[in-house]
Design a protein around this ligand. Structure first.
Ligand SMILES: CC(C)(COP(=O)(O)OP(=O)(O)OC[C@H]1O[C@@H](n2cnc3c(N)ncnc32)[C@H](O)[C@@H]1OP(=O)(O)O)[C@@H](O)C(=O)NCCC(=O)NCCS
Length: 244
């Protein structure tokens, strides 16, 4: 497998897969695209109440086919993002400052001594959809305005979704993954200037990950949200990061 020359991403010399490596003390961790073969690991992660009770999106009960269908959706998205990144990198090398609208890497993997890797979690960037806005019409209007903004528009509200398999919680991994993603991709490649995240009220670990990366808790919106798994959440913490 040939390794494309690149300053934007590193590439696995054996598989050609792109990656971003986390800094010390997490240099054994990398961000890569998702793979179709990740379904079993995703399925296992989503069986744990320490994970599914904190999330509003995934179906419940989470079946093996949900993991397979999810990867069938996001693997091509990551491939599109990589194509966009390579085209932008080529244009940038010709002198033009170029922005991309997506990120080709999102899955957090631990690389073992023998070169194999284990899937630990997911960190995803997307345009904000304002799930805390109770008025559905207003929520959809805000999301459309945000989705329609031109690439490079500093007013775009970006959002982060993150999730780690339960055995890896509390080891500083997501804090480091978010820092690396922001430094190596969101700011220099996507020109991200504003990030708005929503976490369920009381998800202290999630709030801390964002605060440790420069986000500020600006608001807590109270409402009773019954998630797919039947948990009643009392509201959302809204945190913002704005470029200095
Ligand atoms: C929330 C989550 C992403 C945090 O990632 P993580 O790698 O475990 O977090 P870190 O180890 O980087 O910890 C960051 C901070 O949060 C604290 N923290 C982590 N988990 C915590 C918990 N359950 N309760 C209280 N504090 C917690 C850590 O102590 C650390 O703070 P400190 O440096 O002040 O001590 C992870 O626990 C997870 O995936 N949970 C399930 C899914 C989820 O909640 N996703 C977020 C949805 S918005």
């Amino acid at each position: 497998m040939s390794t494309p020359a690149s300053s934007w991403l590193e590439y696995n010399p054996t598989t050609g897969e792109p990656f971003i490596r986390l800094p010390s003390p997490h240099t054994n961790l990398i961000l890569t695209p998702p793979r179709l073969g990740d379904a079993d690991a995703n399925y296992t992660t989503m069986q744990d109440p320490r994970v599914y009770k904190t999330l509003s999106g995934p179906p419940f009960p989470y079946l093996q086919r949900h993991a397979t269908e999810w990867l069938a959706l996001i693997v091509p998205q990551a491939a599109d993002a990589l194509r966009e990144a390579r085209a932008a990198e080529a244009a940038a090398s010709a002198g033009a400052p170029v922005r991309v609208g997506s990120c080709p890497v999102r899955y957090i993997r631990e690389v073992r001594a023998d070169g194999s890797d284990v899937l630990l979690g997911d960190i995803d960037v997307h345009r904000c959809a304002y799930p805390d806005v109770a008025d559905v019409e207003e929520r959809l209007r805000l999301a459309k305005v945000n989705a329609d903004r031109e690439l490079g528009d500093p007013e775009i509200d970006w959002c982060i979704g993150d999730c780690l398999a339960a055995p890896y919680h509390g080891k500083g991994i997501m804090t480091a993954a978010l820092a690396a993603l922001m430094e190596h991709w969101l700011m220099p490649r996507m020109g991200v200037r504003k990030i708005r995240v929503e976490t369920f009220e009381g998800n202290i670990g999630s709030v801390r990950v964002f605060e440790k990366n420069g986000f500020a808790l600006e608001e807590t919106v109270h409402w009773n949200l019954v998630t797919n798994c039947g948990v009643v959440n009392t509201g959302y913490h809204i945190l913002w990061w704005r470029a200095p």
